[in-house]
Design a protein around this ligand. Sequence first.
Ligand code: BES
Ligand code: ZN
Ligand code: ZN
Length: 521
Amino acid sequence: MNKTYLPNNEKPFNPFERLFYWKKMNSAESYTVAIFVSMNIQTSKNTTKAALTAVIVSKQGSSETKGLSKEEMAYLQAQIKAEKDVVTFQNLGSIRKYFIIAASDDQDPAILELWRSKGKELQALACSIKSDSLHIINETGVAAAALAFAEGTALGNYQFLKYLKAKKDNKNSLEKIFVQDPSLKDEKLIELKGIVDGTLLARDLINEPVSYLTAVQFSKEMQKAGKTAGFTVKVLNKKEIEAQKMGGLLGVNRGSIDPPTFTIMEYKPKGAKNKRPIVLVGKGVVFDTGGLSLKPTPGSMDEMKCDMSGGAAVVGAMHAIAANQLPVHVIGLVPATDNRPGMNALCPQDIITMHDGTTVEVLNTDAEGRLILGDALSYAKKYDPLLVIDLATLTGAAVRAIGTYASAIMGTADQDIMQDLSKSGMNTWERTVQFPMWKEYGDEMKSDIADLKNLGGSNAGHISAGKFLEHFTAYPWIHIDIAGPAYINSPQSYRTKGGTGVGVRMLYNFIKNNYADTSAK
Ligand code: BES
Ligand code: ZN
Ligand code: ZN
């Protein structure tokens, strides 16, 4: 184990900090122990200690289950026969909950997701009995099961409490997750920690309102993440953005009183397997009012603090990749601004000149994401990238097409790479649906008086938006429209209400599986 994080109660309050504490138990049994500690709120010493233990058993291997009386064992066997998937044993002062799940098909994404959701159920149960700890004992011999349970539990335990006066009263009791599984390597839990931290960092950033998370503050948070996880961060300020002639980002920023930022994150490990970098680009609109093409309220503007979820996914993925030291050279680009109807705001019919010299007739100032992303995609050319992936809460059309359960993807990368990404989407249950990029969709983006316009027809708006972005690319590229799953009004299992951090786990899985273990494609 090369990393030890120790909780330090002396540290000042920092909502983005999640300390993590590892301990290898000195017991005869091979215990692997992970303790998740959220240190942003002081832990209460006087919570009721009620231990909750979940034993994951396979249908066949259940006879080995320890710590049960003969009668209990017989009861358990009977329940397994009766096809029950959860059996609960309750003793005075403690609850033991037995999960019975066939472990044979562990690579099936749907089974992994079932285990994650069971992990979330455990988290809720632990909190309902005010337990500060949860023990997961995996007797199936399938390490992926223990990992998926722990993942669902840790992600499901997330809360955004920064603005509550009574933080302690509202805080989940669960603080520690113990995983006991001889087949599970420590490294796997350390890796999970990096992935969970990256996801929760993204959620925190999305859940911050623009009153705190301006573009400048967003760039500062990315700098903090770089320090924590180990990647470099350079922030271009307004002057430097002007020098880069990023007319899209500057145009969207014109109605704002806060300056824009353009953040460049880079993780370049010594033994990187890829010679040319993978570039991740994230939309960083810290609030989208629509600009002068104002969004109607109530309704369409109410959740628009989430409009930087693409940027949050990029910083979350950078965190997970760097914290786990994947041998892959990755660059993250996040153009950031709010989109407001201030005195100097872009007007419909204005014509702006983008970073690459393309002129754009702005027919709707609410189609701002493509303007700031066009600049970033054009900027990405200078890296001669192997692949560029952008993530953006880009269109309501994507939400209408597939709802909150999947992201819309499209692009110019080889079909096998697109499929590898979709596979990672399935592995992590951050599912994707691919849409075509036929030429006709792009024809809608032609303007009579400029090179492009920013508004297509009324149908399939997510595809015409994608075609607009394609104009600024000159490399294999994938666009992920996360407008649906980025932010949810009610929880979906371990995806807590609000920012979900979608994209982080998928990107990590994709980059690890396709670029870290093999020589660069
Ligand atoms: N940020 C929105 C898209 C969005 C919608 C994100 C719902 C999350 C949930 C984007 O900037 C936008 O306003 N798009 C317009 C484009 C249109 C004017 C061409 C849209 O989709 O309505
Ligand atoms: Zn908009
Ligand atoms: Zn937007």
